[in-house]
Design a protein around this ligand. Structure first.
Ligand SMILES: [Ca+2]
Ligand SMILES: [Ca+2]
Ligand SMILES: [Ca+2]
Length: 337
């Protein structure tokens, strides 16, 4: 698990490796968290069903005491007193966390959400509250279809959690959803995602003040598959047992530029993929497969790879963000013994 939070907090960078699991089934996780709500860490975007005509507002401000504990974010929804029966909501995006890029952090299996909520004043019943995200400029709300959002209806701090949320539970529809798409793209080719939450109300002529603290969003992601070329440019992949090193190229794609994305210190390569055989990577990226995108060529100690005869060489590593990747290719060690 890695935690991304605002700069005031200690960043946890615990990395659990699930090495005992079979290839391609290991999981990488990242958690976004904030319990301070510094205004510079968040962005509020108003969402409404009458853009430009709404008379209601949604506002937010950081309060320094009285949270669970200390700082929290106070959110006020104000519904217009005349005109359209309106929906007013806000998407709160946590942009200081760096966002999540499926192409370098891994395809998302699901997300878990937790936040503490408290109702302060105004119409009883509270504000609608839930998880939200923005991808390619589109805001998606998670709404437990078809019953609508959770409510901040308690006058004490209450933690609300939802786990195992997949892409099909996020909708672009506001208010009560139709349970139909479009949904965000959690796949390996999906555009970068900013996570956050939403608050909303609908109707006319009332105001609600409610708070949020300890916003937490955890992503469970898949290992990123990468293509590798052992002994770049040579299809035999025959390596002498006496050789000092084995050259392995990590092939780049448009979304995964190996020379800048790979955290070289985490590279392991060999018979199981976990061997600490890494020596170095070439400083200059080189396009070894002629696709026009430069690749990363690294060198591993032949002896430390534990490779025997005809077998598979497995490479594993982590990206400089939060992703784990893996690739393998057939290799022939000679003489075979
Ligand atoms: Ca707090
Ligand atoms: Ca080769
Ligand atoms: Ca290439």
């Amino acid at each position: 698990m890695k935690t991304r939070s605002n700069a005031c907090l200690i960043i946890l960078a615990l990395v659990f490796s699930f090495l005992a699991l079979a290839a391609n089934s290991s999981l990488a996780d990242v958690t976004f968290y904030d319990g301070t709500f510094d205004p510079s860490d968040w962005e509020l975007i108003e969402i409404t069903d009458f853009p430009g005509e709404e008379t209601g507002t949604i506002t937010a401000n950081q309060v320094l005491a009285g949270g669970n504990p200390d700082e929290y974010l106070e959110i006020t929804t104000q519904l217009g007193s005349s005109g359209n029966y309106e929906y007013i909501g806000g998407f709160f995006g946590f942009f200081s966390g760096g966002g999540y890029n499926p192409q370098t952090d891994g395809a998302i299996i699901s997300v878990d959400y937790a936040a503490d909520s408290k109702w302060f004043e105004g119409l009883l019943g509270g504000e609608g509250t839930g998880r939200a995200l923005r991808q390619a400029g589109v805001i998606y709300l998670y709404l437990p279809c078809p019953n609508g959002p959770l409510l901040t209806s308690r006058s004490d701090w209450l933690q609300q959690t939802v786990t195992g949320i997949t892409a099909e539970y996020f909708f672009t529809a506001y208010g009560y959803p139709t349970c139909e798409g479009p949904h965000p793209d959690f796949s390996i080719t999906g555009a970068p995602i900013e996570f956050g939450f939403f608050r909303d109300n609908s109707g006319l002529g009332y105001q609600i003040v409610a708070g949020i603290d300890n916003w937490t969003l955890s992503v469970t992601s898949e290992t990123i598959p990468v293509a590798i070329d052992i002994k770049p440019g040579d299809d035999t992949n025959i390596i002498s047992r006496q050789s000092k090193g084995i050259s392995v190229a990590i092939l780049s794609t448009t979304g995964f530029y190996a020379p800048s994305v790979v955290d070289q210190a985490t590279l392991t390569f060999g018979a199981t993929g976990d061997e600490a055989s890494f020596k170095s990577c070439a400083r200059k990226p080189k396009d070894v497969n002629g696709d026009g995108i430069k690749d990363l060529v690294c060198n591993f100690s032949t002896k430390l790879t534990g490779l025997q005869c005809g077998t598979e060489g497995i490479l594993r590593g982590e990206t400089t963000t939060t992703g784990s990747f893996e690739g393998s290719q057939t290799i022939v060690i000679t003489p075979c013994k």
